[in-house]
Design a protein around this ligand. Structure first.
Ligand SMILES: [Zn+2]
Ligand SMILES: [Zn+2]
Ligand SMILES: [Zn+2]
Length: 135
């Protein structure tokens, strides 16, 4: 990614200081510190999912959701911390809780319409009934 110039960084900083919703969707915000406005951001040495500001030391989560691939940013109010596992919750609802994580195949926002494994008309067929009895 192109390094940000100071002017762009300052604009982003001012914008997202007031309105934090949307930080996750702004790729530039990976390199702007929301505490001091610095653009000297490095990967966190101890945690691959965190970034750290080299100017003020503020560290924040920013990583792709393992379930849907969307960016999770700990500074974004739409990515709150989970009370159960302590990880950030993606807008798709996934966090580190095994029960809360949607199946990997599921696409981001729209849950698939309910589809029974057996079509309705075959469920009542004599053969299907027979199989049910056998079991
Ligand atoms: Zn900073
Ligand atoms: Zn997700
Ligand atoms: Zn959780």
């Amino acid at each position: 990614m192109e390094p940000l110039d100071r002017e762009t960084a300052a604009k982003l900083f001012n914008h997202y200081r007031k309105q934090r919703d949307g930080i996750r969707n702004s790729p530039e915000m990976a390199s702007v510190c929301l505490i001091c406005g610095s653009i000297h951001i490095s990967p966190h040495p101890g945690d691959g999912r965190m970034l750290v500001c080299r100017n003020c030391g503020f560290a924040f989560y920013r990583y792709p959701c393992p379930a849907c691939g969307a960016t999770i940013d700990g500074r974004d109010p739409r990515n709150p911390g989970c009370r159960e596992c302590g990880e950030r919750i993606c807008t798709c609802g996934a966090c580190d809780c095994p029960t809360n994580a949607p199946p990997l195949r599921k696409k981001a926002a729209d849950p698939p319409p309910f589809s029974p494994l057996v079509p309705a008309d075959r469920r009542t067929s004599p053969r299907a009934r027979l199989q049910a009895i056998k079991r």
